[in-house]
Design a protein around this ligand. Structure first.
Ligand SMILES: Cc1ncc(COP(=O)(O)O)c(C=O)c1O
Length: 421
């Protein structure tokens, strides 16, 4: 179980932020990724990246500390910076900073938007398997999750959405659809035509769409993200986003809720106190990332592209029965471990609870000392899968998959699961 302790300083690697930190340096971190499991565990679970901050973000934060600029958040520059980034990266030219509200983070922003456009007990449709907090936050906000499972190709299934929107109407008068664009955990990037179908269905069923676009800056080479609010028929929808996933800023809280033109009046009803949640240092960091962190992001995307190919090769060599579809975006790989037969469809926990490690994720944790996200927490269609975060160095990624391969080979055969029990 060896991991090189030196970081890579070759010219190509200096552009790649994923090759600059050693395991020893990373283990000094105190975030949830590094402190949840014992020190012999390689943590490839929660969506934090093993990178230094982008220099532009470091400079902006240093400047703020030197100035004592640690007061309350002023969000104007954040919304403007997002608009500039959105125009450059996605050609989103009719973005209006005036149709935004600053929120503490993406999940709390989604909850606040749900409070604006749905009532307690109303249904919120999600495409399972999906990011577990979609279940936890929606339920905690007193709304009810209705699943529209992804198709076998892991893309949104219009028939399932149509049916779920119909059922959502039965649960209450103001349903919503929580779209994950791009999708976590599959890394799928919906095409414009797919999003147009969503908009059409939502319009016909009277469902308000809230697009979580936190992973949108992370389109990997070959993929093009379409912001939902640029799609025909999306005028009454919302997007909630931040620089958090792409620049590793989860601990520096600040996100933006963005309204389509016909949703602006709804967003204007966002209570003022919500804007007290984001931190000023968060706003400064996210603004700097969006405005001046483009080159760093491009280096990261190249590094992630290298890692997704490396992962493909490692899996072929060490875990050939595990299913893997190259993610089109993000640093999350959704690995089909059902061939191990270690899962049941109902492992006991509710979707949304990430702390319960079951099925193949438990085997990899116990036997390989590699922490992954357990698929069942992602809802229907997740059992038997694990989510692996490959935003780490090639050395750590290699060590992890080698360990996992060894563990899978040595694992005793699972007891037969009686499908009728
Ligand atoms: C799809 C998605 N939404 C939201 C979040 C969390 O964002 P925040 O910390 O801003 O609430 C994540 C984190 O991984 C995510 O993957």
């Amino acid at each position: 179980m060896s991991c090189p302790t030196r970081s890579d300083s070759s010219p190509a690697a200096t552009r790649n932020p994923l090759t600059q930190l050693t395991l020893e340096q990373l283990r000094r971190r105190t975030s949830v990724k590094w402190r949840t499991f014992a020190p012999d565990v390689l943590p490839l679970w929660v969506a934090e990246m093993d990178v230094h901050l982008a220099p532009a973000v470091v400079d902006a934060l240093h400047r703020a500390i030197e100035l004592g600029d640690t007061g309350y958040a002023n969000p104007t520059a954040y919304a403007e910076a997002f608009g500039e980034f959105a125009a450059q990266r996605w050609g989103w030219t009719d973005f209006h900073p005036g149709r935004t509200a600053v929120v503490p983070d993406v999940m709390l922003g989604i909850v606040e938007v749900l409070r604006l456009v749905t009532d307690p007990g109303d249904a919120v449709v999600v495409c399972s398997p999906v990011y577990p907090p979609f279940y936890a936050f929606v339920t905690h906000a007193g709304r009810r999750v209705v699943e529209a499972p992804l198709g076998a190709d892991l893309r949104m299934d219009p028939a399932a959405l149509d049916e779920a929107f119909r059922r959502a109407r039965d649960h209450g008068s103001r349903p919503a659809f929580l779209l994950c664009n791009p999708h976590n955990p599959t890394g799928v990037v919906p095409h414009r035509a797919e999003l147009e179908v969503v908009a059409d269905l939502a319009g016909r069923h009277g469902v308000r769409v809230i697009a979580d676009e936190i992973h949108a800056p992370l389109a990997l080479p070959g993929a093009a993200v379409t912001p939902y609010l640029t799609v025909a028929g999306s005028q009454d929808a919302f997007a909630v986003t931040s620089a958090s996933k792409a620049w590793n800023l989860a601990g520096l809280k600040a996100a933006l809720a963005v309204a389509g033109p016909h949703a602006a009046a709804d967003l204007a009803r966002m209570p003022e106190e919500v804007s007290h949640g984001p931190s000023h240092l968060g706003v400064i960091a996210h603004t700097a990332a969006l405005r001046m962190g483009g080159e760093w992001l491009d280096g990261l995307l190249d590094g992630l592209h290298t890692n997704r190919t490396l992962l493909e090769e490692l899996l072929a060599d060490h875990l050939p029965t595990v299913g893997y579809r190259r993610p089109e975006s993000t640093y999350l790989a959704w690995l089909d471990c059902r061939p191990f037969g270690l899962h049941t469809d109902r492992p006991g926990g509710e979707p949304g609870v990430v702390s319960e490690v079951a099925g193949p994720a438990k085997m990899f944790l116990d036997r390989a000392r590699v922490a992954l996200s357990s698929g069942h927490a992602f809802g229907t269609g997740g059992a038997g899968f694990v989510r692996l975060n490959f935003a780490t160095s090639p050395a750590i990624l290699t060590d992890a998959v080698v360990r996992m391969g060894r563990a899978a080979r040595d694992a005793p055969s699972p007891p037969r699961v009686d499908p009728d029990s």
